[in-house]
Design a protein around this ligand. Sequence first.
Ligand code: AMP
Length: 122
Amino acid sequence: MAYDTNNIFAKILRGEIPCKKVHEDEFALAFHDINPQAPIHVLVIPKGPYESMADFSAKATEAEIAGFIRAVGTVGRQLGIETNGYRILANHGHDSRQEVPHFHIHVFGGRDLGSMLGKPRA
Ligand code: AMP
């Protein structure tokens, strides 16, 4: 499937819609999730046009992958949640209920995050 250049995160990257920015560098942009699921809920997205984890891991350059993962670590540090802990999560495709077709890692923190997985669809 071709990358949709009109997805909401592509628009954020182009500055067409605003975000509450946490961090930006050559490889990544991080901003607060609009519908937070924890006291801290930040999204980290690569700057390149990758639809999901599958796409990013297959097609991104080593520099892009390294830079992106470093940015996720930097965000955890900058948010002050490294000591108490945080959870990262990336949804890929239907079964994960991925909504936005631009690869992103969720960073959750600020409280005890409970067990790992929610319930499946009824
Ligand atoms: P996913 O289900 O992994 O694709 O998650 C998409 C996430 O993007 C959800 O947690 C949404 O709340 C979040 N989201 C959607 N639109 C925006 C936006 N304009 N700014 C920040 N977060 C957004």
